[in-house]
Ligand binder design. Structure first.
Ligand code: DX5
Ligand code: ZN
Length: 234
């Protein structure tokens, strides 16, 4: 992703990734075409009914989405054995593969496998999982996805404690000089996007607030702010 920070203008660009979970799956290609002109990537929620209490879709749908768009595809794997499916999702067209730390028995191996596949690698954690679980792996990944709801369903309320986690991630990035992209997923919309971005998020994932909005472009514009987000002074 383009984590552009201009020292002179003091502004940076926030990416908005709609979560397809809130789209109309009977018209998926149309839904994608509708948002494509004004979003930065698509977030695909893969759920297995084991790691999370819901089932969504797998590589077949990712492959169909790949044929419908050139947008970067970020596959959020909420599945019990992600390491077994990396090549399947990469072959289907995933540009970024995000795996939950709670599901990894050998994080080094999984991270290396994702890298070897050619995909960007992201690590994610549930709201109740302590941040020290992901800390050792931050230098090895491209992206940290902070869950701001319990995974499994769209349409939940943003958990405000997530803001502290975003600030923690920014601190880790700064202190250790990491090239880490920080993304946040769950309950994000025009009402809180600015707060999430100002805490330091680079990517905002938003399902309900985009696909269920009466005017999707206006919702995304509102999340970006009328002007680029101003970076708070250190
Ligand atoms: C939750 C998913 C989220 C969800 C976001 O398990 O990981 O990506 O679809 O949806 P909203 O924006 O509706 O909370
Ligand atoms: Zn997600």
């Amino acid at each position: 992703m383009s984590r552009e920070l201009s020292a002179t203008s003091g502004v940076r660009r926030i990416e908005i990734h709609p979560s397809l979970l809130a789209a109309d799956f009977a018209h998926l290609a149309d839904e994608i075409r509708d948002v494509e002109p004004f979003v930065d990537g698509l977030h695909l929620d893969v759920m297995d009914g084991v790691f999370v209490p819901n089932i969504s879709f797998g590589p077949v749908v990712v492959e169909a989405v790949r044929r419908a768009t050139r947008l970067p595809l970020h596959c959020h794997l909420m599945i019990a054995e992600p390491s077994q499916y990396i090549s399947a999702f990469r072959d289907a067209g995933a540009d970024t593969i995000l795996v939950h730390i709670e599901t990894l028995t050998d994080p080094v191996e999984t991270i290396e496998d994702i890298k070897a596949s050619g995909a960007r690698v992201g690590i994610t954690l549930n709201p109740e999982t302590p941040t020290h679980r992901v800390q050792p792996w931050l230098p090895a990944v491209d992206e940290l996805l902070i869950m701001s709801v319990h995974p499994g369903f769209g349409g939940q309320s943003f958990q405000p404690e997530s803001l502290k986690r975003i600030r923690w991630a920014v601190h880790q990035r700064d202190v250790h000089g990491l090239a880490l992209c920080i993304s946040v997923d769950g309950g994000i919309g025009p009402a809180n996007a600015r707060q999430v971005a100002q805490a330091g998020a680079d990517i905002l994932v938003a399902g309900t607030s985009v696909f269920r909005a009466p005017d999707r472009r206006a919702a995304v514009d509102a999340m970006r702010g009328a002007h680029p987000f101003t970076v708070s002074p250190p």
